[in-house]
Design a protein around this ligand. Structure first.
Ligand SMILES: Cc1cc2nc3c(=O)[nH]c(=O)nc-3n(C[C@H](O)[C@H](O)[C@H](O)COP(=O)(O)OP(=O)(O)OC[C@H]3O[C@@H](n4cnc5c(N)ncnc54)[C@H](O)[C@@H]3O)c2cc1C
Length: 392
């Protein structure tokens, strides 16, 4: 058996790698177990990947605090300074400008693989962190004075704390016997990367239609990531179109504001599901990120919530360790769950209302459209809502 670590983190995605860097740079010994390969470097002029996330300011701060933000090249991140939302006929508009809040930008759109690679670059500089790739847990014992994790390659790890950061289908969650509340929205999100006729944009916009929202996330240069939500069958049909037919469908059905597209560069679709773990902790164990909650991607908050879990858990565990306490003790873990669960639930509920307001029965849809108009007139309250969602 390997020497007992302060923490064993299962899952080296963006959230798991964020916890590992935070604990590692605080001097704690960490083993990070990743089921796949380590992230590969990305050339500055490589085509944009389809998985892109909006990082709010709180997420940027966390990445900066753990020394990863500086590893994200400017050529691979796109700041957004305005957010707009319209109803189907583009009548009711909500507009938020970063400048109104005295900010330079609301955040950045960055490819998931770029964020992950930046975190792993930082990990490589932390001698207390050991990474084990192509390995997965097969058994877990979390009671007693240390937790034990058996890996599928036969290795046995011991640690004071186990962190489950292994995504929506978390094996750690399953091994710990934590059940989830699940819901299938019966919708898919089609992501299409395009080269736009318009030059670089700094506005992220969204139009709500009865079929589902359509969104534009700007990427650096004349590129954008389009998200087209819809019923599974219609989405599959669109996904199967050839590039020219898909371009024509987008130009016909998306708001004219898009300004035409020059080329379709890639597409993929994902089912939309909600999943929430019935608890975030067990003795010596905590779940973070998608292992704890999967939310509707409508407002691009999934990763932001996961990174806030990472920040909250790390802060409490590091404080316990610094005070000479066992980092797997009940107190820091209970504090983490108490702090994060209500906030994540609030975001799940907000996404739920949005989804039903805009894709439900006609009167509800009208209420949704009216909501946009109301949001526009909220004044200071609008700013409070924005500040919460943007982590400022
Ligand atoms: C269509 C769509 C659009 C989205 N857009 C946004 C957005 O704009 N903004 C935003 O904030 N969020 C967005 N999200 C959500 C975001 O992608 C997720 O919340 C985020 O990826 C979760 O990160 P994670 O590290 O918790 O999990 P993951 O990214 O799933 O990482 C899990 C890691 O664990 C590893 N792993 C899995 N199983 C095992 C195992 N058994 N053993 C060892 N390792 C394992 C995996 O290889 C992976 O590296 C979107 C989601 C979807 C579906």
């Amino acid at each position: 058996m390997e020497a007992t670590q302060d923490a064993i983190i299962i899952g080296g995605g963006m959230v798991g790698a964020a916890v590992a860097t935070a604990l590692g740079q605080a001097g704690m010994t960490v083993t990070l177990v990743e089921g796949g390969a380590p992230p590969a470097p990305i050339a500055e002029d490589a085509p944009f990947d389809l998985r892109v996330s909006s990082l709010n300011l709180a997420s940027q701060r966390l990445l900066d605090d753990v020394g990863a933000w500086s590893h994200i090249p400017a050529a691979r991140r796109c700041p957004f300074r305005q957010i707009e939302a319209w109803d189907e006929r583009e009548r009711h508009t909500t507009h938020f400008a970063a400048a109104d809040l005295g900010l330079e930008a609301f955040g950045h759109f960055v490819e998931n693989r770029v964020i992950r690679h930046a975190l792993w670059q930082r990990l490589a500089a932390l001698p207390q962190v050991t990474t084990l790739c192509q390995a997965s847990p097969v058994a877990l014992v979390t009671g007693g004075h240390q937790a034990l994790v058996e890996l599928d390659d036969g290795r046995l790890l011991a640690g004071r704390l186990v962190v489950g950061a292994d995504g929506a289908n978390s094996r750690v969650r399953e091994l710990a016997g934590i059940t989830t509340h699940d819901h299938d929205y019966h919708q898919r999100a089609l992501i299409v990367n395009v080269r736009t006729r318009l030059p670089q944009q700094d506005t992220s916009w969204q139009r709500f239609t009865p079929e589902g929202p359509q969104a534009m996330l700007p990427l650096p240069g004349p590129y954008a990531s389009l998200v087209w939500y819809g019923p599974p069958e219609a989405t599959r049909e669109r996904e199967a179109l050839d590039d020219d037919a898909l371009r024509a469908a987008i130009e016909r059905d998306f708001p004219a504001r898009l300004g035409g597209i020059e080329a379709v560069l890639g597409r993929a679709s994902f089912p939309l599901r909600r999943r929430h773990a019935e608890r975030y902790t067990r003795p010596r164990l905590a779940l973070v990120g998608d292992a704890a909650h999967v939310i509707h991607p409508l407002a691009g908050q999934g990763l932001n919530l996961g990174l806030q879990d990472a920040a909250e858990l790390s802060e409490r565990v590091i404080a316990a360790h610094a005070a000479g306490e066992d980092p797997g003790n009940r107190r820091p873990l209970a504090g983490y769950a108490r702090a994060r669960r209500p906030r994540n639930l609030a975001m799940i509920a907000a996404m739920e209302s949005f989804h039903h307001l805009f894709t439900g029965a006609a009167p509800l849809r009208q209420a949704g459209a009216a909501g946009l108009a109301v949001a526009e007139r909220l004044g200071p309250a609008k700013q409070r809502v924005m500040r919460y969602a943007l982590g400022i």
